[in-house]
Design a protein around this ligand. Sequence first.
Ligand code: GLC
Length: 538
Amino acid sequence: MAQQPEHSDWWRDAAIYQVYPRSFADGSGDGTGDLAGVRSRLHYLAELGVQAVWFNPWYPSPMADGGYDVADYRDVDPAFGTLAEAEKLIAEGLELGIRTIVDIVPNHVSDAHPWFAAALAAAPGSPERDLFHFRPGRGESGELPPNDWRSEFGGCPWTRTVNADGSPGQWYLHLFAAQQPDLNWHHPQVRAEHESILRFWFDRGAAGVRIDSAGLLAKDPALPDFTPGREPHPYVDRDELHEIYRSWRRIADSYAEPRVLIGEIWVPDTERFARYLRPDELHTAFNFDFLARPWGAAELRASVDATLAAHAPVGAPATWVLCNHDVTRTATRYGRADTGFDFAAKAFGTPTDLPLGLRRARAAALLSLALPGSVYLYQGEELGLPEVEDLPLERLQDPMHLRSGGTDPGRDGCRVPLPWSGAEPPYGFAPPGVEPWLPQPADWAALTVEAQSGDPDSMLELYRAALRIRREAVGGGFGWLPADPGVLAFRRAGGFRCLVNLSAEPVALPADGAVLLASGPLTGGRLPVDTAVWLNGS
Ligand code: GLC
């Protein structure tokens, strides 16, 4: 059934599905997911009951970082399709009540972007180099990097260039991989270009943008060494960012249906974080505090409280995120001794109890879908996919792995192509016999959309039911209810309640109210360990 996009503040409580285009569905039959594949599966997303889709970057890119190295912000990579196809996809989505959010990557471009090619070809001190951060090296002959920063992907964030005559030249800054040179956001041309890119996609019907690495754009122009504890940080969460986002907000608000700005902001201080969500800045931002918390009642409750307290004064809705294309999949993470998430702690060979992780992931789904605000679902989360941890090393592509000297498993394990149908790879992701760009496990037959559809005990049917009930019966208000310390219990408007048992013992269910949905079997009027339940009013 087609839902009609109705209200302009839809983003306040939307369920938003994240598509990693490379791994969603392959329409062209070359082993890489593409827009044709997404278009052929739009009905799946409509049936699932999400209101919007956020697409990871689909722009022309050498794919040094899965598309976060953008060579042209106004086109689509031929591996994914064409610009005309993206326009069709946006329109077809809307017909099914699904809005499109595109991924904007403002911190850096690809080294294949014409601006960077021109900068490399130009001389030190040229206007072309001014769009980036080029600096002479330190040391006697400039052989040392200009400062002591560390790349977000590990190693040095500076790469030395070679002059036209073959002699060693200036260095350029890249907070991520060497193929992702950082832009100089103090330059008016950088600002003007990105404002024009926003308009480009908004004019094509994009309902909003997800802003990549939104807390890192502004750098201290002196590019000083990093001094632990000294504020402001030379490149994280700097005050200059707010003016940039205010100008973006004016553009977003100039559309008849205002467009939505969603920030990827890894700022641990929830009050600093909420500053980006003031009424004239971004609309929402991903709640990484919640995502990174271990599976424990006190931890999760503290995160919910801190989140709601920080958002309330700025009037912005919270968001709830359990995973994305950068982090360990929920079903795996919750089955480990350390159930929190930390990039630095990722390691090969971490023991995992997958049935336990899946049980908790089911409960976490009901928890996150019942909280006030919007919620993000990363493709495959609704199938309970685990992290794939035994990919052949030579197939790994993530620069996080490659730059770590092979010690960090990287993020490929959460980017394995989706299983749609059938008993063996490529499980309907691509035509039979076609090898997906990352290999799928041999034991995913029971996890396909086909296998889970209609099975009331499956993760997919749990998500379908939860998203339906969320639309129909979950809204308004929020308050904690009295409960054991190991239990999270809260109410929303109209008597709706959510209870999650994170303690070591089953607990009694309230005597009143009917069960709307449970993440696992309820026996003898009790809520088992690692189980969540939704109840209505009595
Ligand atoms: C963001 C993206 C991540 C990417 C990085 C650099 O964190 O989510 O996938 O590698 O930015 O663009």
